[in-house]
Design a protein around this ligand. Structure first.
Ligand SMILES: [Zn+2]
Length: 244
């Protein structure tokens, strides 16, 4: 039995035709509903971020079958498709927002010819926060941070927090590296900006004693069946890359 926490990574949840690329960033809404229902029926413990961090700090036992749900980029389809399911099943979630794109669309998709889906605005975020959704920062401009000069990293990490707090009235304490791109400078920046955690795209489970600023996650892909979904939770536990 895995005594770690599977932090699941989702991006868009909605109605999609099967696609060839970027499959790990789409989840059909019916499949999403089935996945969440399964977690509930099989007695998985879906932790909120406070409980997860307390557990990883060693303040609490890791419950069996521990899962955390994260959603990158803050798509409007989170509100439309994912949130109603989560709300009905009373499952906590964390959504990472881009400070430079609130109420805008995912314009960075245009470079690879995809449609640019709308992103939630500040009013929607505030409403969902009152219904128990947690929010963190995904930077300002959705940049690969490890490729940037240090002053850009600093601005993306520090200012995104201030901008999001001002726009939403929420306290922003958790960060998510766009594309999972991070290096030592990025880790230093999230620490000095006063965040309490940061997630990556390194695949694996999170264990007590883990560096809270380079948490591993497991991407749930468009093609994952329910069996594949459970298999990812139970089997893909060893970090694919060691921490920096
Ligand atoms: Zn992203």
């Amino acid at each position: 039995m895995n005594r770690g926490i599977s932090i699941l990574m989702y991006h868009q949840v909605g109605r999609f035709r099967p696609m060839k690329s970027h499959r790990s960033t789409y989840c059909h809404h019916r499949r999403f509903k089935a996945q969440m229902t399964l977690l509930k029926l099989l007695g998985y413990r879906v932790l909120d971020f406070d409980s997860m961090l307390a557990t990883l700090r060693g303040e609490r036992e890791v419950p069996p079958r521990a899962v955390v749900l994260t959603f990158d980029d803050g798509y409007e389809n989170f509100r439309e498709y994912a949130h109603p399911v989560l709300h009905r099943l009373r499952l906590p979630s964390m959504v990472y927002l881009l400070a430079g794109y609130l109420g805008d669309s995912a314009r960075w998709f245009a470079s690879d010819g995809r449609d640019t889906p709308p992103l939630m605005d500040a009013a929607t975020v505030s409403t969902l926060a009152r219904q128990g959704v947690s929010f963190g920062s995904h930077g300002i401009n959705h940049l690969k941070l490890a490729d940037q000069p240090s002053e850009v990293i600093e601005r993306e990490v520090h200012e995104s927090r201030e901008l999001l707090e001002r726009a939403t009235g929420l306290q922003i304490r958790d960060f998510c590296f766009p594309y999972g791109s991070h290096d030592r400078r990025c880790l230093q920046a999230v620490r000095s900006a006063g965040y309490r955690s940061a997630v990556t795209c390194v695949r694996g489970s999170a264990y007590p004693g883990e560096d809270l600023f380079q948490l591993p996650r497991k991407a749930i892909s468009f093609g994952d069946s329910l069996a594949g979904f459970l298999w990812k939770i139970h089997v893909k536990n060893r970090r694919k890359h060691p921490p920096l």
